[in-house]
Design a protein around this ligand. Structure first.
Ligand code: HEC
Ligand code: HEC
Length: 228
């Protein structure tokens, strides 16, 4: 029941976003640039596929250090094919490989190069100096990975759901990042991210397979959370 309502909320949100003319929203230049880019990639024949790469949960206003050059470059380059990436999605060690993969693509080569070329019309690639600034920015605000030596409980059965569900798309996050109350919100957003990206654990019920146990995940994160 819960899944259905979240899914329909997402749908309503998408429809509303598509119907509301951008002029009607008090949007800054960054929002307008992102919106213009979104119309371009959504309108391409690959729109539905590109839509699912990253969820629309993260807006330019949420970028850390929004005035930093790195933040501006992210808004300039990283929204040309999909929704805006959150620097905190990945840990610092992960970003160089991802940025490399994306820059190769922006140059019209690499994995999915052919597909990308079809919508390459207006796609621009950062130069070397811009790429370095962008990468440093993403790494500066990256996810802090969980250190299993600090949280030995992560290896126990009680944390199994957390281990399985929460490293499908990125590294396991350090529980000290948020307070217990904040974790409840973040995990609820992650449930929506999972629906959005269609990678939910437990969509195929298999005997003895662990299902997505949000209560167990919250229990682990909240018992190790930052004090409020
Ligand atoms: C030319 C189109 C294009 C541009 C521009 C682009 N991406 Fe991507 N991005 C893709 C495609 C296609 C995928 C899905 C395939 C994959 O993961 O490589 C993707 C996937 C992603 C993912 C999800 C996959 C993962 O490993 O988590 C992240 C994060 C991401 N891009 C970040 C970025 C960043 C940061 C930038 C700006 C530096 C950027 N993208 C610019 C095409 C692009
Ligand atoms: C389907 C892919 C996916 C799964 C599975 C997933 N996440 Fe995420 N996660 C994302 C994306 C995309 C972002 C960046 C966008 C956002 O913040 O919503 C993110 C960002 C985060 C962040 C950084 C948020 C910030 O701004 O500080 C944390 C912490 C996090 N996830 C925790 C979790 C936890 C805990 C779980 C398990 C319940 C989980 N994630 C499962 C996709 C996923």
């Amino acid at each position: 029941m819960k899944r259905v309502s979240v899914a329909s909320l997402l749908l309503v949100g998408t429809l509303a976003a598509a119907l509301v003319p951008t002029g009607a929203v008090a949007a800054g230049p960054a929002e307008q640039a992102v919106e213009a880019a979104r119309r371009r990639w959504q309108g391409s024949p690959h729109g539905p596929m590109l839509e699912r790469i990253l969820p629309p949960t993260f807006a330019p206003a949420q970028l850390p250090e929004p005035r930093a050059r790195g933040a501006q470059l992210a808004v300039e380059y990283c929204v040309q094919c999909h929704n805006l990436p959150n620097p905190a999605m990945h840990h610092a060690a992960k970003w160089p490989g991802i940025v490399e993969r994306m820059v190769v693509r922006m140059r019209g080569k690499g994995n999915m190069g052919e597909l990308m070329r079809e919508m390459m019309g207006g796609v621009r690639a950062p130069d070397e100096a811009e790429r370095a600034v962008l990468l440093a920015y993403l790494q500066r605000h990256a996810q802090r990975p969980l250190d299993p030596r600090k949280y030995p409980a992560v290896r126990t059965d009680a944390a199994k759901s957390f281990r399985l569900a929460c490293q499908q798309c990125h590294t396991l996050p350090d529980p000290q990042r948020y307070t217990a109350a904040e974790w409840a919100e973040v995990v609820a957003r992650m449930e929506r991210n999972m629906l959005w990206m269609n990678r939910v654990v437990g969509t195929r019920p298999v005997a003895d397979e662990p299902q997505l146990r949000i209560d167990e995940i919250l229990e682990f994160l909240q018992s190790n959370a930052k004090r409020g």
